[in-house]
Design a protein around this ligand. Sequence first.
Ligand SMILES: C[S@@+](CC[C@H](N)C(=O)[O-])C[C@H]1O[C@@H](n2cnc3c(N)ncnc32)[C@H](O)[C@@H]1O
Length: 514
Amino acid sequence: MIKVKNRPKPVRFNVAVSTSEKAASLVSELKHKKKEFLTCLFLNSKNSLIKKETFSIPALGRGLPQAKHIFSAAIDLKASGIVLLHNSTSASPVPTRADKTIVRQLVQTAKRMAVNVADFVVVAKDGYYSFLNTYTNTSRTHSYISEGIQPSLFDLIEYAPPAYIKKETPLPDIKQKNQEGYFGIQNRRFLGNKFKLLSFIEEITNEKCGDFKSLCDVFSGTGVVGARFNRKDIRVISNDVLYSNFVSLQTFLGTKTLNLKTLEKKIGYLNKINALSDNYFSENYGNTFFSLENARKIGEIREEIDKIAENSEEKYALITSLIYATDKVANTVGHYDAFRKNLDSLRPVRLLIPDIDLANNHNNEVYNEDANSLVKRIEFDVLYMDPPYNSRQYCDAYHLLENLAAWEKPEVFGKAKKMDRTNIKSGYCLKAAPILFRELVENARCKHILVSYNNTGDSRDGRSNARISDDEMFRALSSRGEVEIFTRDYKAFTTGKSDIPGNAERIFYCKVVR
Ligand SMILES: C[S@@+](CC[C@H](N)C(=O)[O-])C[C@H]1O[C@@H](n2cnc3c(N)ncnc32)[C@H](O)[C@@H]1O
């Protein structure tokens, strides 16, 4: 925790700064300055300006000594985000390479201090340049602090393709559409998801695996890793033991012939449902995980999906839309082991349209089975494995979404109203994990194996301890070929309160020769 002695007092300006255009207009005086300045706008969750501070700086390319002060102030002011603005002394606002490097470093420092840099804007005589607009690949102005969907500049910079990717074969981006009415595969909370590590994973895959034609993400979770490599000439195989994950993997990576216009109409129809009476979902999860109104509507919509879906692709897409929308209004900290005491997630649930690229999915496959049995049946070039790290079962954390997706209305138990999950417990969360891992590696018919594994180390909470030791992982992979380990510091999304010191995300790579 960073301590700041003189706590700055929030000032209410009553100015809403929700776009780069508006932000730039607040520093118009800087455009004509001969010296370089940096202005910081501190915003609250409604995009209102809490404080504006301007510093004289030597030259952006030489770093920013005030960075730590700005980020500490943001913490003290409880700002939901900050927008940094800098004046270019030339007429053009387009940043130089050195400027871009500094912005990247700045945003990474902010991330370490848990400060959301919503945008970095360069203003000049000839106009302004917004990093947010550039990274979201649109000239459209974005709303800075919006409800859940808006990623920080850090996410976007992290997500930007690594520099060395060959120009002729660019890998597709997962669109940061954030467009009114749409959602992307990455727009959900999921423990251990690799969204922020995609560049890292991609760099190693490209460097080590060359021109591969198929990739199997056998513990897919959200599916963002498969999605990162999804293009017409790569067969992406996704798999997860949870049905709720399978449904959304099908939607984003498996769908081939879905009529998107019809889907849009049906989503519009479901949003208009007015649910006034109780149902299975509201009786079990109303007034705890959700407001009663939202729980009623979610249950009613789920019931209606089974009636209106004309084929399985449509059904998967509608359920996926409901799962993502449900998670946005859940009164939780990102998983369903418990609900928060104060029920303040009162926004009405609203289904959005999944942003699907049907053309890239034409040769993809999606499975809903145990990873160990799947690898015995299929062949591919690259195996990417991201198994659970510890004894925390994903079916416990996401029981509610699983129940909603399957909609078999089983009896539920305890405070968190969990159903019987015996059939979906993962062996990778049990003592048998090292044996299962070894078996999977031995049976995989592929040319390359990549494994993401977090060195959470040993903690007092036994549930956090890694199930497979580095040594066990190394020995299992060595049975197929030489192993290399790549490390990058990474702040894991833990559900506990504290960060685990030395927490690093690693990738084990093995070129299969035996
Ligand atoms: C660490 S998460 C994967 C996260 C994923 N890479 C992402 O970016 O979203 C592990 C996933 O493995 C799934 N899983 C656990 N045991 C499994 C098994 N035996 N077979 C298939 N999937 C399994 C869990 O349901 C969970 O979604």
